[in-house]
Unconditional design. Structure first.
Length: 482
């Protein structure tokens, strides 16, 4: 069961190294197939909205990252030595045992906050909650008191129901058939668009990472972005090969064969750093134990290529925007804290390797607007504010800050001391989210067009106009070129 009453059904047939997966969606009584993949010979043959394409595993873009989550959830899960750790048996009905596990602290805090809000509304209004909201409140109370339920088939040891309160999964019709038809895995007789080549075989300086969702239209408020690898010369793109649910762009390592990304591993919303080999698709988690939970977004790679900086936030369930910088040693994968938690963003590593350029946000008091400033931080965590401004990005020389003037909304440049301020190009008033190319000659920005979705555009450095790198519909967003 998905949010808003949507039900996703995943049907899997497997024989040896071949597998067919069909994903259907039911909403308001109507059912439609939304994704089909035949995995064989090391490739994925994908049918999506009547488009037939072949990819390497996990590189197929989808209309929603929920598809990858549902495919992962459909894999049979059996009791082992760890996945019922801490759980208590609640009851047995026939062949099905129900276990209750303690809630993760972040989930418990969110549920407690939701329940408190409903209780406060009931007291303030002086009226009972609606039947629907009362049911939600009763469910929250049970979860907080007794824990998260899972159901296990005692005959097979298979989990038949599990997941968070917002996203429950049920498994059924599991069997070992005596015979499977070869036609279930047939790919002959169909023309497949081929996206299964090695993305690192071309000019690596033309590769970017960028987020996209194809189904978004102008005015949409809800969307579900996922990270893609795109060649800016050809416009061809594929999903970043992350074997999980949602992947967000981070940055490229010095040789550009490897990328650092933020990836989610389920429905919890937590995101941790990973290193991915674009050639082999090998995926390695980074930052344990500090970054094992919470939410991490990548900032940049040090000029010597040995250290990454990320912004990390624990899922505290509060509205606080205090983020913690962490440095990750890429040789060991270990992380350490840098500086104190604060409201910040847009982390760049300066050319000397000893300073970070970042955005800080402060307010004089709770009733005052936030003031955005360009700042630097040294390797001891000391922060020096430079000047007012927003969205700082270091150009390829890592000595020139490109930033948005908060008074005019035009783009300017300054040096690492906040001095030598100059208007960039013509100010590029219709552009945002800059990311420079590694060659120092180009920059990618999002072009915001009235009554249309933004387009990713490549401009020569200092030029006021450029060319769109794709005409594929949908919402394109945050990107990184270095």
């Amino acid at each position: 069961m998905m949010p808003s009453g949507v039900v996703i059904h995943v049907s899997i047939i497997r024989a040896g190294d071949k597998q067919r997966t069909i994903v259907t969606m039911t909403q308001s009584g109507a059912t439609a197939e939304i994704f089909r993949v035949i995995a064989r010979d090391g490739l994925w043959y994908v049918t999506d909205s009547n488009v037939f394409s072949k990819y390497r595993p996990f590189e197929a873009p989808t209309g929603s990252s929920y598809i990858y989550l549902c495919i992962a959830r459909a894999e049979p899960m059996f009791v082992n030595g760890t996945n019922l750790s801490g759980s208590k048996l609640e009851k047995v009905e026939g062949n099905i045992a129900t276990f209750r596990a303690p809630l993760e602290p972040a989930l418990a805090r969110r549920l407690q906050a939701a329940g408190d809000q409903m209780e406060a509304f009931r007291r303030q209004s002086g009226h009972p909650l609606s039947a629907e909201n009362q049911t939600k409140l009763d469910t929250i109370r049970i979860l907080l008191t007794r824990g998260l339920p899972s159901k296990v088939n005692l005959s097979t040891g298979q989990f038949v129901e599990f997941g968070s309160p917002e996203l429950r999964s049920r498994a059924g019709d599991f069997s070992f058939p005596d015979h499977v038809n070869d036609t279930d895995f047939a790919v002959d007789g169909q023309q497949w668009q081929d996206f299964s080549d090695d993305p690192t075989a071309g000019n690596l300086d033309d590769l970017i990472m960028i987020v996209h969702q194809p189904g978004v239209r102008v005015g949409a408020k809800n969307y579900d972005l996922d990270g893609q690898i795109m060649d800016v010369k050809t416009g061809r793109f594929r999903r970043i090969p992350y074997p999980g649910t949602v992947v967000m762009p981070g940055c490229f390592l010095k040789d550009r064969r490897f990328v650092l990304v933020g990836g989610t591993a389920g429905e919890t919303g937590s995101m941790r750093p990973y290193k991915i080999d674009l050639k082999t698709r090998e995926c390695t988690p980074l930052g344990s134990p500090i970054l094992d939970s919470g939410f991490s977004l990548f900032g940049d790679i040090s000029p010597d290529g040995k250290t990454a900086v990320v912004i990390h936030m624990d899922r505290s369930g509060t509205a606080s925007l205090n983020f913690q910088l962490c440095l990750i040693d890429l040789a060991s994968g270990n992380a350490r804290l840098l500086g104190k938690p604060m409201d910040m963003g847009y982390i760049n590593w300066a050319a000397d390797g000893q300073h970070l350029v970042l955005l800080t946000r402060k307010a004089k008091d709770i009733n005052s607007p936030m003031i955005a400033s360009l700042a630097t931080m040294d390797m001891e965590g000391h922060v020096t504010e430079l000047r007012r401004g927003d969205s700082p990005m270091l150009l390829a020389d890592r000595r020139t800050i490109l930033y948005e003037n908060t008074d005019t909304n035009l783009w300017h440049t300054c040096d690492l001391e906040g001095k030598n301020d100059k208007l960039y190009a013509d100010g590029l008033s219709e552009y945002g989210f800059p990311t420079p190319a590694p060659d120092g000659k180009r920059i990618l920005m999002m072009h915001f067009v009235p009554k249309a979705l933004p387009l990713p555009v490549v401009l020569q450095i200092g030029e006021p106009q450029g060319r769109a790198i794709t005409q594929v519909e949908g919402l394109w967003g945050e990107s990184t070129w270095r």
